[in-house]
Write a protein that binds this ligand. Structure first.
Ligand code: AMP
Ligand code: ZN
Length: 141
């Protein structure tokens, strides 16, 4: 099942020590309703093992995680009648991560829900964009 952290609220949920509104479970993943939803039907999908951020999740879990996200996303849309679905995943506090056990938010969306995602602005110049892409690509070689 992977590493555990006895102080982690999501590990306690995985262990069954804290209740949750579970929607599905596999050998490696768990999905349950977020207690404070953006919209009703907002689900959290997580690896059962305690991996603090996305970057700590072993690649072997990727297939099960993506399959769970896809299946749960489809069910959430069907049950809530949502017209859209956001997949959001926060890493580290500055990015809004409150629970340091990696998890994925599936948020049903409606044309009239009034939610705005973050503002975006284009790069000021093409050189900056090319340089950043090249720097990232270099680390990925
Ligand atoms: P994040 O800000 O990405 O770390 O998201 C943490 C999420 O966990 C928040 O949306 C909380 O509402 C949710 N949450 C915290 N405690 C519980 C709990 N006991 N059961 C269900 N969801 C929870
Ligand atoms: Zn944990």
């Amino acid at each position: 099942m992977g590493p555990k952290d006895s102080d982690c609220i999501f590990c306690k949920i995985v262990e069954g020590d804290i209740p949750c509104a579970k929607v599905c479970e596999s050998e490696t993943c768990l999905a349950f309703l977020d207690i404070a939803p953006v919209n009703a039907g907002h689900v959290l999908v997580l690896p059962k093992g305690h991996y603090p951020t996305l970057m700590d999740i072993p690649k072997e879990l990727g297939g099960d995680l993506v399959e769970t996200l896809s299946r749960v996303g489809k069910a959430v849309m069907e049950v809530t009648g949502a017209e859209g679905l956001n997949l959001i995943q926060n890493n580290f506090e500055v990015a809004g991560q409150l629970v340091h056990h990696a998890h994925f938010h599936l948020i049903p969306r409606f044309s009239d829900d009034g939610l705005m995602l973050w503002p975006q602005t284009p790069y000021e110049n093409q050189d900056e964009m090319s340089r950043i892409a090249a720097d990232i690509a270099k680390l990925l070689k």
